[in-house]
Ligand binder design. Sequence first.
Ligand SMILES: [Zn+2]
Length: 100
Amino acid sequence: MSDVLTTTWTDLNDPNRYHRDKQARTEYYFRFIHGWKLIRCGACNGSGYYDNNGSPPCGNCDGTGKERVSPAEHQRQMELEKKWKERDKEIYGEQNPYEE
Ligand SMILES: [Zn+2]
């Protein structure tokens, strides 16, 4: 795998270069883009700003209100959220004041 990502100028005349580059791009896609989720930014809670007093855009998400997380991180957050919801249910029953 590592030799795929170490193309040097000496490889420019390699007839297989196109296919090798393509393979590298595919690997990059699956490692960093495929399956990654956009979730609500944890720093600004999705508003894009830290507060509503005219502060600069949130530095964590650049004011988009969203951040991209890996599939593993997304899974972890979903499980945390589930735990919180179960805990809220234990405390508040069906009339959970924090339910959206
Ligand atoms: Zn943010």
